[in-house]
Ligand binder design. Structure first.
Ligand SMILES: C[S@@+](CC[C@H](N)C(=O)[O-])C[C@H]1O[C@@H](n2cnc3c(N)ncnc32)[C@H](O)[C@@H]1O
Length: 177
């Protein structure tokens, strides 16, 4: 299953920390790519550094118009899931989502254009209370993959954590100088 994410919406104040966390959650919870608009180029560098250290090939792509990517992905037979507190309950649709082939998940920032509700194949609410794109995305990715995202490996990592009850156990795979 290909899973990609796009962050849309206009922010009054640019919130690079939240945007970075949306990208980090996408990567750590099994998505392969994130598309984003109006962001600080440093976010791409941060994610590239994370890939270098912790492995995998998660991609950040800057785009001008969210609608172009949503329409393109629809043509490529991706199903569009828009995360919105007004949407259908995740408990009701999670089973259906698990059976889909390729997914583009749309998360908002501040103000979401109305059009996305129509373009989306699924408008999904993670509860019907306002919270955050970071939490909504993490829960959706977990429900879709049923926890299996944490069994995936991140190839070519310089560091790999060996889960341990206490302390830190990290395998280091880099040449010493
Ligand atoms: C800070 S919220 C902005 C909400 C904004 N007032 C609106 O109505 O579009 C940012 C994003 O978090 C996600 N979000 C927040 N609460 C959610 C919920 N209960 N279920 C699903 N997504 C949620 C949505 O993608 C939303 O666009």
């Amino acid at each position: 299953m290909a899973i990609e994410v796009v962050r849309i919406g206009q922010r009054i104040v640019r919130d690079d920390r939240v945007t970075t966390h949306v990208a980090l959650v996408s990567r750590a919870f099994g998505a392969q790519k994130i598309f984003m608009t109006e962001v600080n180029p440093e976010i791409k560098e941060t994610l590239n550094k994370i890939n270098e250290t912790w492995g995998g090939s998660f991609t950040v792509e800057f785009i001008d118009k969210w609608k172009t990517i949503v329409k393109k992905k629809k043509e490529e037979n991706y199903k569009i899931i828009h995360l919105s507190m007004y949407g259908e309950s995740i408990n009701e649709v999670q089973e259906e989502l698990r059976n889909e082939e390729n997914l583009l998940i749309v998360v908002g920032a501040e103000k979401v254009p109305r059009e996305i509700y129509e373009l989306a194949d699924y408008n999904v609410g993670v509860g019907s209370q306002p919270h955050s794109e970071i939490s909504a995305l993490a829960i959706l990715l977990d429900r879709i993959q049923n926890g299996m995202q944490f069994e995936k490996s991140f190839p070519d990592a310089k560091r790999k954590i060996i889960p341990t009850k206490k302390g830190k156990n990290v395998l280091v795979n880099e040449p010493r100088d």
